[in-house]
Ligand binder design. Structure first.
Ligand code: SF4
Length: 174
């Protein structure tokens, strides 16, 4: 019998598979910003700290077409840091469920992608790679704020050129 967190994330996986494709957004002078919600799901919090740094004035986040929001209901993209502990699984599912259609899931850091150095064990589920279709992965332990910003910009470019599906497939095969 599956544990409650695993059951929740299996449902999460099912939703991911059937979700609509993200709406294409092209950044430009008059285009809307892409709204980001971050969720730390259990780790050393190194990636979460880099995300906090990215929110600081040293990085041109808003000028690059992004905006952090405080509630998943207002977000376009969900940025996950951490290896997804069993106790955080329900928070992850709740955040995802609260987001409007067109949402996307992005693993920030190695732990969020595949569990990183923690892997899967009695306390963690091993990242979201094995649990759901990851739209985008930003590798690193941790990725720097500038690397995260660059990767987010690349994701927009991929979306605008329609190359997102092929690159996501490539990542899934790795
Ligand atoms: S990827 Fe590295 S820095 Fe990020 S949460 Fe995991 S161990 Fe910490």
């Amino acid at each position: 019998m599956s544990s409650a967190p695993v059951t929740i994330l299996r449902a999460f996986l099912d939703v991911q598979k059937s979700r609509p494709r993200p709406q294409r957004r092209i950044r430009g002078k008059h285009s809307a910003r892409i709204r980001l919600f971050t969720l730390e799901t259990g780790s050393c919090e190194g990636c979460a700290m880099e995300m906090m740094a990215l929110k600081g004035s040293a990085f041109p986040l808003e000028g690059s077409g992004f905006q952090f929001v405080h509630h998943p209901e207002d977000a376009d993209w969900l940025l996950v840091t951490g290896s997804v502990t069993r106790s955080s699984a329900s928070a992850l599912a709740a955040a995802w469920d609260a987001m409007p259609a067109g949402r996307s899931l992005i693993a920030v850091g190695d732990c969020a992608y595949n569990g990183g150095r923690w892997g899967a064990n009695y306390a963690t589920l091993g990242g979201i790679h094995a649990l759901s279709r990851v739209y985008k992965t930003i590798p690193g332990c941790p990725p720097s704020p500038s690397a995260i910003l660059q990767a987010l910009g690349d994701l927009v470019e991929e979306s605008s050129t329609g190359s997102h599906a092929s690159s996501a497939s490539r990542r899934r095969r790795q």
